[in-house]
Design a protein around this ligand. Structure first.
Ligand SMILES: [Zn+2]
Ligand SMILES: [Zn+2]
Length: 125
């Protein structure tokens, strides 16, 4: 997993809060980083907060001190007798395992773009 430090102007995803009744599910929204807190910078990862301009289809709003969440799954007990059911079909297991998901109110890098590659110029062969 590559952890990049966001910079002002980066485009990331903001995970919206779903409603408890399920009328709205938690969704990825496009967001532009407007400020970066670096006080939680680690050696090889960035756990800080960012401020975001969140772009919803029906409006925008500004969120401050949004925490990063990489959506990793929660590991269960190594003694689990039914690890084959993890994620198929169950999203949770009695051993403590839980499917990865993004918590509402956090940000993450857009899926499928963990590595930022330079834009190639010129014709491709
Ligand atoms: Zn996303
Ligand atoms: Zn399990």
């Amino acid at each position: 997993m590559t952890h990049l430090t966001p910079t002002v102007g980066s485009i990331v995803h903001y995970t919206s809060h779903g409603t408890p009744g399920g009328e709205y599910t938690s969704q990825c929204r496009a967001a532009i980083v407007t400020a970066v807190d670096t006080y939680q910078d680690g050696d090889d990862h960035h756990l800080g907060h960012v401020s975001l301009a969140v772009l919803n289809p029906d409006g925008q709003y500004f969120a401050r001190t949004v925490q990063y969440d990489d959506g990793a799954e929660t590991p269960g007990s190594p003694d689990c007798p039914s690890t084959s059911t993890h994620g198929n079909p169950f999203r949770y297991c009695g051993c403590g395992w839980a499917e990865g998901s993004y918590r509402g109110g956090t940000w993450h890098w857009p899926e499928g773009s963990t590595i930022v590659t330079p834009i190639k110029t010129g014709a491709s062969k």
